[in-house]
Design a protein around this ligand. Structure first.
Ligand code: AMP
Length: 281
């Protein structure tokens, strides 16, 4: 595996592979890699000739009071993990090169960026879309892989690629969970033992909703209320939002018809976690 830090080296590597007629899959990450990330790497290896994984903790997507400084970073471990997973290239640019002094340009996906997580994290998706667009321009991937765990992010990136006529196929991969149901996340590393137990309330609430739909419940407000009740029963949890929305527009829905995205964010102690499930009538 080649590890490249500079934008020019990454562009040169990608250009070389393209000239050899190889297709490129890109897996954008913020590092601290876990099985969720590796599921994207495996999907890319299955579908593209060359798999590039970017590891970049993107300052533009963190709010002033968020965890940018303390976000877990371990490039040596990520390198070893990606080597073992058979990634072809690791791209780990510096923030100074991605956002040099005088940097002024940002991309936005209006409307979609303001819903769900966008309400409590203003500017977050503007930062995400900007860095993903830059990564697409640097690597020029044929395919790019995103996790359904960040459902709003995957939708917004897909919208951006369609709106800007980008020549990249956006692939969304299923959520990878711990055996007990907790969705894998780099932020799970923040959780102490009691918080780790409390964090189960997120997936437990969503599983309750799935069972309720299977049993015939269609009322979105009652489903959201049931999930809230599971979270409220957990003293260490504080709800940010629980919403049943249309998976394409993120507009709230009144009932489960066709497919509905049930998404939530909750603080477990100081740690903000997200999870979601697709409900089908
Ligand atoms: P992150 O490093 O948290 O920015 O995540 C990088 C990519 O991995 C994003 O597309 C995430 O949606 C995806 N990802 C993170 N956690 C999971 C998970 N548990 N299952 C599937 N994909 C995930």
């Amino acid at each position: 595996m080649e590890a490249v830090g500079s934008l020019s080296a990454m562009k040169a590597l990608a250009r070389d592979r393209r000239r050899s007629g190889l297709t490129i899959g890109l897996v954008p990450t913020m590092g601290c890699l876990h099985e969720g990330h590796l599921s994207l790497v495996r999907e890319s290896k299955a579908r593209a000739d060359v798999t590039v994984v970017s590891v970049f903790v993107n300052p533009a997507q963190f709010g002033p009071n968020e965890d940018f400084r303390r976000y877990p970073r371990d490039l040596a471990k990520d390198t070893a993990v990606l080597e073992r997973a058979g990634a072809d290239a690791l791209f780990h640019p510096s923030a100074a090169e991605v956002y040099p002094p005088g940097y002024r340009t940002y991309a936005e996906v209006t409307g979609l960026q303001d819903r769900l997580c966008g309400r409590s994290r203003p500017g977050h998706f503007r930062g995400v879309v900007t860095v993903v667009l830059k990564l697409f321009e640097i690597v020029r991937p044929d395919l790019a892989f995103f996790g359904a765990k960040d459902a709003q992010q995957a939708l917004i990136v897909r919208r951006m690629a369609a709106d800007l006529d980008l020549d990249v196929e956006i692939v969304t991969c299923p959520i990878v969970r711990e055996p007990d149901g907790l969705a894998l996340s780099s932020r799970n590393a923040y959780l102490g033992p009691e918080e780790r137990k409390a964090a189960l309330a997120l997936s437990t609430g969503l599983r309750w909703a799935e069972r309720a739909v299977a049993a015939g419940e269609r009322d979105a407000a009652r489903l959201a209320a049931g999930v809230r009740a599971v979270l409220e029963a957990e003293p260490l949890a504080r709800i940010d939002y629980v919403e049943a929305v249309d998976p394409e527009t993120l507009e709230p829905v009144a009932e489960v018809r066709g497919e509905v995205l049930l998404a939530l964010a909750a603080f477990i102690g100081p740690t903000r976690l997200i999870d979601n499930v697709r409900l089908r009538a």
